[in-house]
Write a protein that binds this ligand. Sequence first.
Ligand code: GLA
Length: 345
Amino acid sequence: MTGRTFRAPGRVNLIGEHTDYNDGLVMPAAIDFATYVDVSARADRRLAVHSENYSETVEFDLDDPEPRARGHWSDYVLGVAKMLDANGADLRIRSDVPMGAGLSSSAALEVAVALALLRSDMDRTALAKLCQRAENEFVGVRCGIMDQFSACHARAGNALMLDCRTLEHRFVPLPAGVTLVIANTMVRHSLAAGEYNRRRAECEEGSAHFGRSLRDVTIAELEREGRGLSDLVYRRCRHVISENARVIAAAAALEGGDLLNFGELMYQSHRSLRDDFEVSCAELDTLVEIAAAVPGVVGSRMTGGGFGGCTISLVRDEHVDAFRAAAGRVSAVYVSGAAEGASEL
Ligand code: GLA
């Protein structure tokens, strides 16, 4: 098969969790794991998609007037193809992004497929939004923009500080001497997708109460005006509002070289996700506790949607082996640089 090959990376989120769909702030970095798509054009209106990971080929008729998601890996591909009004093509897909681990394997797939199927140049932000729409409207997960934006825009060696309301962003270099270490619990609790959409609904209830986005509510306002909220929605709001403040503080800490403070903000973020937002789980909490006990770990927290998946820890280079030994007893450990966003190979 002669053709072109595109790659899009997964991501970790250093801080700013469950804020993206609340007009908030996030700080992801792309990782050294990616999805690769080989593409060659076809003369007909069919899309043939082969997944090396699943050893499976599926074929679609692009003129099908009512394509439907069926809870299959290919939903992401078909969703993107529909949004792009793609031409017929043969796609061959392989990925080393751990799947269902909160490292954004879906966004990596969407973005790599979108680049492969594009008929003319599209700006990266429009591409990210199109992929998010495919996931929201076709696959049916009401995700925010963080994962697709990171896959499209990430820059090697940097974290991406993104305002999910305006999509303004800047890059924050990761300091020398520390390494991103991912620990995968290898568990994915089955409630993840349902609970994700439920958290969104709870945040919407909070923002309806205030008559504005949670991005525009301060902790003082929550305390003053939040009395009518149920305890549960109050805590969801408190997480989102405090998490946005933590992202701002974390970016300043990173830019000012204050790793100690950055790490403390990561731990605070984890506690807020565990206690107020309730998206952590025992396996993630254990990993964060293990991390906190290893000398040279700057900070640690769950990353991504939660209910299993991974923690991200910032570890001083000379202590990575000790961290690996400690966390490796209960998880799969991956060391990653901050990678470049999607590209053609
Ligand atoms: C998932 C979603 C993102 C974001 C995170 C939580 O990864 O795809 O949009 O909401 O969860 O921060």
